[in-house]
Design a protein around this ligand. Structure first.
Ligand code: ADP
Length: 180
């Protein structure tokens, strides 16, 4: 059978529900603070999914630079004007949160091969806990592949210039935190 004949066949009919189903994805992270690297991933993912939920993971074992409220506020400021992106936070297991959000898709960023081992482990464990979960990875522009929140925190600690690494609202929030 040739390709043209296959294409002439009646299309598979999807049920109304399948057609209507929105593709929702969750992008979890510490975002302490949000950087241009995170925003690059959010830009890419929000073009592919109908709705992207960027969610701050509340880890009571870590001592963050910014509180959860501050991190959520910074994300909201940075993501203004993106109608299909919402900001949220969660505690506990990611798989439970993802289920509550009625999705199966998790977005993560891969900066370099060095991220892979850690991400591979998390994705594998999450799949063990929730068989249907899918982790989708996005690569940022090369210029952000060296950027992490911890690098920003280190520079901020010594009152260095972070304006090329984080959005303006975050630059101000860091200056305020550092008292200058
Ligand atoms: P970090 O690793 O900087 O502390 P998060 O815990 O907030 O950041 O990371 C959330 C997700 O975003 C992870 O998948 C991480 O690999 C990804 N990510 C962080 N920074 C970048 C970046 N500069 N480019 C692409 N992905 C990134």
């Amino acid at each position: 059978m040739d390709c043209a004949a296959v294409l002439r066949r009646p299309r598979v009919q999807f049920s109304g529900e399948d057609h209507m189903k929105k593709r929702i994805a969750v992008y979890p992270g510490s975002f302490d603070p949000v950087t241009f690297g995170h925003l690059d991933i959010i830009d890419r993912a929000s073009k592919i999914f109908d709705r992207l939920i960027v969610s701050v993971f509340v880890n009571s074992e870590k001592k963050p630079m910014f509180t959860v409220e501050e991190r959520v506020a910074m994300l909201k400021a940075a993501l203004k004007g993106r109608p299909n992106v919402t900001v949220d936070c969660f505690e506990g297991l990611l798989v439970d949160y993802v289920r509550r959000k009625d999705t199966k898709v998790v977005v993560r960023g891969l900066r370099a091969i060095s991220d892979l081992e850690h991400e591979f482990q998390i994705a594998g464990i999450n799949r063990t806990l929730y068989r249907e979960i899918e982790t989708v990875f996005f690569m940022p522009r090369q210029r952000y592949s060296y950027l992490s929140s911890s690098v920003v925190r280190d520079i901020a600690h010594f009152k260095g210039d972070v304006s090329k690494l984080v959005p303006p609202y975050v630059v101000k929030a860091i200056a305020k935190k550092r008292g200058g």
